[in-house]
Design a protein around this ligand. Structure first.
Ligand code: DAH
Length: 346
C-alpha cells in the first residue's frame, strides 16, 4: 500500500472513530493516537524518507490536509461536547417561577413596644412631648431631685444597682421630671411630657417582679394646674386603654415627690366590678401612682411653687400589658419565646 493509500485509510478510520466519540477523554485519546508524537500519522510520515523527491511534496500536502481536517473536526467535536454539558446543566437548573416560595418567618414588634407606643399615641394626641432618658442616672436626679435626700427611708423601697457611689441604674422614670423641668423654658409656657423607658430594681424575679421593667412617667407643669386636670387626664387615658365604661377610684397614698399623692384603681374591665380572678374579687385593679408635684421638686428646678404647680404620674407598661392580655407571668416578656411573642403579632 502506498503512503497516500495509508493516509486515506487512516483518515477513514479516524473519521469513523470520531463519529463514535462519547466524551472529552476519548477525544483526547484519539488526538494523541492519530496526531501525537507516537501517533499513526507520525508513523506513516516516517516512511517519507523512502519517497522520491517528486512524490514527497504530494504526500506532504496530503498529510497536512489530513492533519488540518482531523484537527478541525476534533475541535468541532469538542465544542459539541461543551454545548451538551452546558445544555444538560441548563435543563437541570431550570428555574420554575411557578413553584411556591419558601415562607419567611416575619417578626413583630414586641408586645411591650406595642403597648408603650399605643400609650405614647394617646398622649401625643393631647399635645405631650415624648422624652427619652438615660438608663444610667445620677443619684442626684434619681433620688435627691425627687425629694429623696440621702438617708430618706423611702429610698429603701427602690434599692438598685449602683455603678459608682453617685451613679446607678435608674429605679424609676421620675428623674426625667427634674431633667425636663431644668431644660424647659417656662417663659414660653408650661410643659407636658411623658418619658417611657426601662428601669431597674434589686428585686427577686418571680411571676410579678422583675429586676428590670418599663415605666411611663408623665408630667404637666404650668400655672393653675390642679388635681382636676390630673383626674380628667387619667380618666380619658384609662378609658381609651381599657374601655369607655371604666371608672377610676382614687386612694390617698404616699410618694416623696408628690403631695398629695394618690394610687389610682380602675373598675375591672373583665367583670365590670362584680369580682373575678383578674381583680382578685375586689372589682378594682390598681393601675398607677400619681399626685401633685411636690413644691420641693418644683423649687429645686428653680420654679416658684407659689406660681407654678403640676401633676405627675407613673405607670408600669408590663402591668398594663399583663392586665389587658391576661398574661400571668411577667417573665414571658423577656424570654424571647416565639410561641409567647407571636400571640401578639399584628
Ligand atoms: N416613681 C414611682 C415608682 O416608681 C411611680 C410614680 C408614682 C411616679 C407617682 C409618679 C408619681 O410620677 O406621681 O414607684
Amino acid at each position: 500500500m502506498g503512503l497516500s493509500e495509508k493516509i486515506a485509510a487512516l483518515q477513514a478510520e479516524a473519521l469513523e472513530k470520531l463519529k463514535k466519540l462519547a466524551n472529552d477523554q476519548e477525544l483526547n485519546d484519539l488526538r494523541v493516537n492519530v496526531l501525537g508524537k507516537k501517533g499513526s500519522l507520525t508513523e506513516i510520515l516516517k516512511e517519507m524518507k523512502n519517497l522520491s523527491a517528486e512524490e514527497r511534496p504530494t504526500i506532504g500536502a496530503l498529510a497536512n490536509e489530513f492533519r488540518d481536517k482531523i484537527n478541525f473536526m476534533l475541535e468541532e467535536k469538542k465544542l459539541e461536547f461543551a454545548q451538551k454539558t452546558l445544555n444538560a446543566a441548563l435543563v437541570q437548573e431550570t428555574l420554575d417561577v411557578t413553584l411556591p416560595g419558601k415562607q419567611q418567618k416575619q417578626g413583630t414588634r414586641h408586645i411591650l413596644t406595642q403597648t408603650q407606643e399605643e400609650i405614647e399615641d394617646i398622649f401625643l394626641g393631647m399635645g405631650y412631648e415624648v422624652i427619652d432618658g438615660s438608663e444610667v442616672e445620677t443619684d442626684h436626679y434619681n433620688f435627691e431631685r425627687m425629694n429623696l435626700p440621702k438617708g430618706h427611708p423611702a429610698r429603701d423601697m427602690q434599692d438598685t444597682f449602683y455603678i459608682t457611689e453617685d451613679t446607678l441604674l435608674r429605679t424609676h422614670t421620675s428623674p426625667l421630671q427634674a431633667r425636663t423641668m431644668d431644660a424647659h423654658d417656662f417663659s414660653r409656657g408650661g410643659l407636658r411630657m411623658i418619658a417611657p423607658g426601662r428601669v431597674y430594681r434589686r428585686d427577686t424575679d418571680d411571676a410579678t417582679h422583675s429586676h428590670q421593667f418599663h415605666q411611663i412617667e408623665g408630667l404637666v407643669v404650668g400655672k393653675d394646674i390642679t388635681m382636676a386636670d390630673l383626674k380628667g387626664t387619667l380618666d380619658l387615658v384609662m378609658k381609651k386603654m381599657f374601655g369607655q365604661d371604666r371608672k377610676l377610684r382614687w386612694r390617698p397614698s404616699y410618694f416623696p415627690f408628690t403631695e398629695p399623692s394618690v394610687e389610682v384603681d380602675i373598675s375591672c374591665f373583665k367583670c365590670g366590678g362584680t369580682g373575678c380572678n383578674v381583680c382578685k374579687q375586689t372589682g378594682w385593679i390598681e393601675i398607677l401612682g400619681a399626685g401633685m408635684v411636690h413644691p420641693n421638686v418644683l423649687e429645686m428646678s428653680g420654679l416658684d411653687s407659689s406660681i407654678y404647680s403640676g401633676f405627675a404620674f407613673g405607670l408600669g407598661v408590663e402591668r398594663i400589658a399583663m392586665l389587658r392580655y391576661g398574661i400571668n407571668d411577667i417573665r414571658g416578656f423577656y424570654q424571647g419565646d416565639v410561641r409567647f411573642l407571636e400571640q401578639f403579632a399584628l
